[in-house]
Design a protein around this ligand. Structure first.
Ligand SMILES: [Zn+2]
Length: 336
């Protein structure tokens, strides 16, 4: 439920990551493509949770009759395509912006309280929605990964769940998130896209402590494409825009997002011509309570991807590795 037009951008303590990352970016030292492949394509969708259209907005809960049905249509048309669905353990966000205007106007207090209504705890908890979990588990080429515990935070920047918490607080949040995933029997890979992109260092330490293998933090759909390009938009800055990279002393794989519904065809071909990973992002909720996502899953976006992917298949054939973030991470960690 991100409002794409109001980009959230908060300070992050990523400075200590930059030197090691630059090295990777400059030299592209990471051996990440399987033999015979010259570039790769992956597709990820954020904000998956069991909300149905009868709840006021749909986030995958209508299964094949809703947005996931449109995704399945695209998968059926492209038998090599895989999708990673970043799924939230117990989604509670109802509004990405403050609705409690009076509280939001009081300095100090506004940072200590939730500034919008939330779903009651447990309403969207994965283990309480077995039909939803079964659908995700049984649909071919749908890979599930992590997208936070509640997808909300106190204070004015609601969807950015990971902000200034201590490592101890992150430990608790991540343990709870993982225990809900495990309890629900959902099949998932050990990777996370932090809600609202932000991945502070305290979080990265705790991801490693919880055996999470990859983080997809940086999204940049503006920086020009070149081999040396680094991310400079949402999430971690200074990591390679076109390639996966190892961060945090090689203990975590970072995978960028560099393409969305509003990106031009040429951006995709430039990424591929540079031997990069075309990493396409979407959001499962097209509109909710007046907020419309520019890259929300709808028939128009899926049609655009259908045309784009068909053209890439014809132009590049077997040179392309059609993969997923989980698979990329597996490949990197066994090879490097
Ligand atoms: Zn999200």
């Amino acid at each position: 439920m991100h409002k794409q037009t109001a980009e959230i951008n908060i300070n992050r303590s990523m400075i200590d990551l930059v030197p090691e990352i630059k090295e990777t970016a400059k030299g592209n030292i990471l051996d990440w493509l399987p033999e015979g492949k010259k570039a790769a394509v992956c597709f990820t969708i954020d904000d998956i949770h069991p909300a149905k259209s009868s709840d006021g907005y749909e986030a995958g809960g209508d299964l094949e009759k809703g947005s996931l049905g449109l995704v399945k249509w695209l998968l059926d048309r492209h038998p090599k395509l895989k999708v990673t669905l970043f799924t939230t353990a117990d989604w509670r966000e109802l509004s990405p912006v403050p609705t409690r205007k009076f509280l939001a106007s009081i300095p100090y207090v506004r940072n200590k309280v939730f500034l919008a209504e939330r779903w009651k705890k447990g309403t969207m908890q994965l283990d309480r929605h077995p039909e939803f979990v079964n659908f995700l588990n049984s649909t071919e080429r749908m890979e599930i990964a992590l997208h936070g515990l509640y997808h909300c935070h106190k204070g004015p920047i609601i969807p950015v769940e990971f902000q200034n918490q201590s490592e101890k607080e992150f430990r608790k949040i991540l343990s709870e998130m993982i225990s809900i995933f495990d309890k629900s029997n959902i099949k998932y890979v050990k990777g996370i896209c932090p809600p609202g992109w932000n991945a502070p260092d305290n979080l990265l330490n705790q991801l490693i402590a919880h055996d999470i293998k990859f983080v997809a933090s940086a999204r940049d759909i503006f920086t020009d494409i070149s081999k040396d390009a680094v991310t400079n938009m949402s999430g971690i800055k200074g990591v390679p825009l076109l390639y996966p990279a190892l961060i945090k002393d090689n203990r975590l794989v970072h995978i960028p997002s560099n393409f969305q519904a509003t990106s031009k065809f040429e951006r995709a071909t430039q990424i591929i011509e540079n031997g990069g990973l075309l990493s396409i992002k979407a959001h499962i909720i097209k509109s909710a309570f007046g907020h419309v996502a520019l890259d929300g899953v709808d028939q128009t976006y899926m049609n655009y991807l259908d045309v784009l992917l068909t053209s890439l298949e014809q132009k590049y054939g077997d040179d392309l590795w059609w993969t997923s973030m989980g698979e990329i991470t597996n490949h990197i960690t066994t090879k490097n």
